[in-house]
Write a protein that binds this ligand. Sequence first.
Ligand code: KIV
Length: 265
Amino acid sequence: MDRMTVRNIIGLKRKRRKITVLTAYDFPFAKIVDEAGVDIVLVGDSLGMVVLGYETTLPVTMEEMLHHLKAARRAVHRSFLVVDMPYRSYSNVKVAVANAKQFKKAGAQAVKLEGGKKVLKQVQAILRAGVPVMGHLGMLPQSVRELGGYKVQGKTEEEAERIFEDAKMLERAGVFSIVLECVPNSLAKRITKGLRIPTIGIGAGPSTDGQVLVLHDMLGFESQVKPRFVRQYAYLSEAVRKAVLEYRKDVLSKHFPSSKESFKG
Ligand code: KIV
């Protein structure tokens, strides 16, 4: 399989081949996702909620994202590696460019930012600095307070129009793809048809050019938020709990370690 680039990701839309995206935040999981042939590995700031134990993505820092990006970078050889710019890391153009460059230096092939018109200047400046950008519209987890919770966006005509215009604006600015999170199917379809760059949906129905899920959600790790759009492909919380209980029982009952698991001499 070819190493993924911006060019062949955009090419997949033309070929009508769905684009696969999953998050990963560490070496072992990023390696599995990469080797399975997933097109894009996203070191998402969902890291904060599914790995670091924060209630939202807002407390996630640049240092935390860099730490996890570097671990994923060591594992990813074929997939395209994108990193989320955390909350406040792109609050103005200067800060945004400096942070995007740091991510590029640490091995990210692109950065993802939440928002449209509000962050247009930052997007343009990051692109001018030579760092590819993935957009993110619809439900914006970093704006969860302003949005009053994790709610479907674009339900009214006015909201849908604003999101559509934001998508067109981001495409004109030069982003290579846009994540559409929690928007009605009809809006996702309209945006997908209206753009030359691919849309990647999460809770946006089947019409987008690709799909993304948070790895820990689809693997069945317990989480604070369980959105209805998540399909669970495994039950790892249960499997891990079972293994840990068995290990504890074996140590307490002196069945572990056995002579085969010990050194003589
Ligand atoms: O942080 C993240 O994992 C994301 C995905 C939900 C798209 O932004």
